[in-house]
Design a protein around this ligand. Structure first.
Ligand SMILES: CC(C)(COP(=O)(O)OP(=O)(O)OC[C@H]1O[C@@H](n2cnc3c(N)ncnc32)[C@H](O)[C@@H]1OP(=O)(O)O)[C@@H](O)C(=O)NCCC(=O)NCCS
Length: 162
């Protein structure tokens, strides 16, 4: 049987938090910079709190990709709010905050299926403008998102000021 996609529940929070960590580790395997070095690379309460926000309903949501045997093998974290140009699309922008598929399940269309489900989740809420970002070192993510039809439109910069 094919994996299925379902809404996340509070019980999924530890695995969603772990998926965020796995995404950081995946980025670090491709390169490193001080920003990436500063990201959480292990379980932490703030990370779980971040993940929990997507399971509370309202303008945030999370989708879980589940194998036929009930294993958590991927997820997408979604939010509706302001985009990078808030005046233009205030409250009407969908953001994909995280997209992750377990390593051994990659390369067989499951990431694409999650993206499609995420876009449907937004469309069901009348959101047709979706934004997302990837870490500069995560060249895999850049290739994937471009393949999914997402075009870069803004470059983020940062520095530590104290
Ligand atoms: C990005 C990720 C979700 C892709 O999942 P996946 O299940 O392997 O993706 P799919 O098999 O659905 O691939 C969809 C398309 O993207 C392409 N693609 C996927 N990963 C790619 C890569 N690293 N380089 C180039 N193309 C890639 C596939 O070839 C496929 O194209 P096609 O359908 O035209 O043949 C997965 O690799 C992942 O979880 N990575 C770690 C977390 C991460 O970096 N997430 C993104 C940043 S938030």
């Amino acid at each position: 049987m094919e994996p299925t996609i379902r809404p996340a529940t509070i019980d999924d929070v530890p695995r969603i938090a772990r998926a965020a960590v796995e995404t950081v580790l995946h980025a670090r395997r491709q390169g490193s910079d001080p920003y990436v070095q500063g990201l959480p690379d292990g379980d932490s309460e703030p990370l779980r709190e971040w993940a929990a926000r997507f399971t509370g309903g309202g303008t945030q949501g999370a989708l879980v990709l589940e194998s036929a045997s009930g294993e958590f093998i991927g997820c997408a974290c979604l939010a509706i709010g302001s985009g990078a140009m808030p005046e233009a699309l205030a409250g009407r922008t969908g953001t994909v905050a995280l997209l992750w598929v377990a390593e051994r399940h990659r390369g067989r269309g499951l990431g694409r299926a999650l993206v499609r489900a995420a876009e449907d989740w937004f469309a069901d809420r009348d959101i047709r403008h979706v934004e997302l970002s990837w870490l500069a070192v995560n060249a895999d993510a850049e290739r994937f998102w471009k393949r999914m039809g997402y075009a870069p439109f803004r470059t983020h910069g940062w520095k530590r000021t104290g």
